[in-house]
Design a protein around this ligand. Structure first.
Ligand SMILES: Nc1ncnc2c1ncn2[C@@H]1O[C@H](COP(=O)(O)OP(=O)(O)OP(=O)(O)O)[C@@H](O)[C@H]1O
Ligand SMILES: [Mg+2]
Length: 359
């Protein structure tokens, strides 16, 4: 998958501009507040229909407009081109893929897989478990079959059970959805765990290179203890759950445990190490994706130079240059990023929300 062209209208300070990237590295250079992160955010938005910086669409729509608009051409593996159009007003959204309206975000996400590494990415380690679930689920969604359907089934059954618990329905009413929850949960766990096992060699390889002296363990936690069946926990905890009004155990509580030398990575490694570790997790995902799917994804790396010391920066650049991906990098100073390892590169300058191609 390749972003061939993107026209941006009223997305943050990008009022009317466009870019034609290449399949290789695209370096976006500009001063503070010129619009570099906003460009990456717009590309991310095309795939996720949300931002990596803000959960409010009003933050994204240019202050002088009532809607934002993105029009893109995506090249698929068989070299055909698919147009994508998004128009988003404060309370109205229109998405078109190949000129046809699309309602589900998953349809567009499947077509155009995008990963991002940005200055807040370390929150994948320090933030809530939901961020780590999103990390796994990006991969499970793109790589394993049936995940989206299993997750939809689970979500529906869980919300019905929770509603029954909250409204203090009789025990047998609360337990009506247990079978459905257990079947979907076991399926979700099996897919997540399979994905995690397949991703691990890529991640461990990178960790060996970047943290040769540390013992780093990354473990998937399914959301209920390994040694117990979920059905048993649903039965056993019913009274407690009726008091709380929600289902305690299940794949909605899954997490990843990250330990460095047996201590929690959340509290015991430096911010720089957290940023490096998260970058490696994303790079591993991108590598695994291209191997398994035999097609590449798009990787956005915001402010790479500002994030890492010289040695780690050049190590990351060397890993990036060996990957078969379309890459977007941003930097304030052009000479901070050496593109000598790439055969194909394109340079863009951004100034006051206006993009110009320099090569
Ligand atoms: N909704 C909006 N409408 C108009 N302008 C906005 C909106 N949201 C943010 N901006 C402005 O867009 C500009 C570009 O922001 P952006 O974060 O993309 O800059 P940047 O080039 O990444 O800067 P830095 O080097 O500091 O990271 C900023 O001046 C910001 O205030
Ligand atoms: Mg920025």
């Amino acid at each position: 998958m390749l972003l061939k062209q993107l026209q941006i209208k009223d997305f943050r300070n990008l009022n009317k501009t466009q870019l034609t990237p290449i399949n290789g590295v695209n370096l976006i250079v500009g001063d503070n507040a010129s619009g570099k992160t906003s460009i990456l955010e717009a590309i991310y938005y095309l795939s996720h229909i949300r931002s990596f910086r803000s959960q409010y669409v009003t933050d994204l729509i240019s202050r002088q407009s009532s809607y934002l608009q993105l029009v893109a051409s995506i090249e698929t593996r068989d070299n055909s081109t698919i147009p994508i159009g998004i128009r988003r007003a404060r309370n109205k959204s229109e998405i078109r893929v190949d000129k046809k309206p699309v309602r589900r975000v998953s349809d567009i996400a499947a077509l155009f897989p995008v990963l991002a590494i940005h200055p807040d990415s370390y929150k994948l380690i320090t933030g809530s478990p939901s961020q780590r679930r999103q990390f796994i689920d990006w991969g499970v969604f793109h790589v394993e079959h049936g995940f989206f359907q299993a997750w939809q089934r689970f979500k529906k059954a869980l919300s019905q059970r929770n509603a029954a618990l909250k409204s203090k329905q009789k025990n047998d009413v609360c337990q009506l959805w247990n079978n459905e929850i257990c079947t979907a949960s076991n399926h979700i766990d099996q897919l997540r765990s399979q994905y995690f096992d397949n991703l691990s060699p890529y991640l461990n390889d990178l960790i060996q290179q970047f943290f040769p002296d540390d013992n780093i363990s990354i473990e998937y936690k399914r959301g209920w203890p390994r040694e117990v069946e979920l059905s048993e926990l649903l039965d056993r905890n019913l009274q407690k759950e009726r008091l709380k009004g929600y289902t305690y155990y299940g794949p909605h509580r899954a997490d990843i445990s990250l330990k460095v030398n047996n201590q929690s990575a959340q509290t015991c490694i430096s911010r720089g190490q957290q940023k490096t570790l998260v970058a490696l997790m994303r790079l591993a995902q991108a590598m695994h994706f291209s191997q398994i799917k035999n097609k590449s994804c798009v990787l956005l790396y915001d402010d790479l130079a500002a994030e890492l010391d010289a040695a780690h920066k050049s190590m990351i650049l060397s890993v990036l240059s060996s990957m078969d991906i379309q890459l977007f990098l941003t930097t304030i100073e052009e000479d901070q990023i050496s593109l000598s390892d790439w055969s194909d590169s394109r340079l863009f300058h951004v100034e006051h929300g206006d993009i110009t191609c320099k090569t």
